[in-house]
Design a protein around this ligand. Sequence first.
Ligand SMILES: Cc1cc2nc3c(=O)[nH]c(=O)nc-3n(C[C@H](O)[C@H](O)[C@H](O)COP(=O)(O)OP(=O)(O)OC[C@H]3O[C@@H](n4cnc5c(N)ncnc54)[C@H](O)[C@@H]3O)c2cc1C
Length: 397
Amino acid sequence: MDELAAHYDVVCIGGAMMGSSAAYFLSENPDFDGSVLVVEPDWTYERAQTTRAQNSIREQFTNELNIELSRFGIDFLADFHANVQVNGEAPELNFRGTGYMFIADTEDQYAQLERESDDQLAMGAEVEMLRPHQVAERFPYMDAEQLVGARVGGMREGSFDGWAFFQGLRQRAIHNGVTYVKDRVVGIDVKGSRVTGVRLESGRTVGCDFALNTAGCRAKTIAAMVGIDLPVEPRARTSFVFDCRTPIEHNVPLTVTPVGVHFRREQTHFMCGTVPRIDIAVDYDDLDVRRNEFEEQIWPTVAKYVPQFDQVGVVTSWGGQYDYNTLDHNLIIGAGSQVENFLFANGFSGHGLQQGPAVGRGLSELITYGEFRTIDLSSLDYGRIERNEPIIELAVI
Ligand SMILES: Cc1cc2nc3c(=O)[nH]c(=O)nc-3n(C[C@H](O)[C@H](O)[C@H](O)COP(=O)(O)OP(=O)(O)OC[C@H]3O[C@@H](n4cnc5c(N)ncnc54)[C@H](O)[C@@H]3O)c2cc1C
């Protein structure tokens, strides 16, 4: 069994994207000289959301904070090699800039996308409203008669290798001195209003100054260990990859339809998904593929906008889960509960990979300086849950 110290300044409960990003940014921060332990039971990460994601990043959010969070993600990806290299080596990210395209089927939807684009443009995002003839010019494979318009983003938006992204952070954190232990947190000790340590499945107890809830879909079970009710639940999301008999030579942005079906190019194939018709909490272990979603929801929709998608075949599919924040579909970060040194990084509802770097940096600032220094994320703390004050994001995929 790995040797552990009796006490760490910070313990991350879960070592996928959020745990590793927090560990990375703490260990990169010259003002932080503490110790970090990441507890993770599954070093294959086979069941983590991080491994089951669709690996895309965008500027087109409707909430300013979400735009800022992803903007930092984009910058971080651009310098990825330098940011995470160990002895000159870093995983290959293979970023592909394609943009996102949000489709409007009605004038009301078009007007809504246009209103949102005003805020996005004001924040420096590259977005453009297109009418059908412009969609047809730029994306000739689309049947532009099916829509009244669309909003498209620039090439800073796109897709990347999510596994490489997360492994780069993890490897660099380990290189910087962070300890990863293969174990599971089964209990948390609290004295007064403070966490004093975590109890592990192996029987060990480790003291800590800060405990970070980075347990993804199981975040609610970790919060319950300190008596906090966290409104984050696992929601099933199936991913499908299909091939198209007739190749499409043009750029295919990550295209989001008004009914929630989305698709993008994945190498020589296409990746897609949708929101289940009945979108409710599922069991933590439920990673079943919902095959009917492709036949009943996805295929009819993609074939409507892209006639070539009339003839497609599913190549592969896999089940996944969103850590869905039922209050407002937005992340919960930092403190704000009655347990002052228990920090959250939860409820990402499908956009946590791109927000990972900004979240890790934010947590590192909060722990080191007692405040957020770059992006002020304090409005996204747990306090808003207790006050029942949602922070609205309309562009949830
Ligand atoms: C289908 C799908 C598509 C997605 N597409 C995108 C996308 O295109 N862009 C984007 O930005 N995001 C996307 N996401 C969201 C993104 O994957 C997640 O927001 C992100 O990976 C969350 O990372 P995490 O570390 O919080 O959670 P996870 O990756 O789920 O990791 C949590 C970890 O905690 C560990 N753990 C659980 N319980 C314990 C315990 N008791 N003790 C210790 N460890 C524990 C688990 O083993 C796990 O490794 C997608 C998600 C899904 C499911």
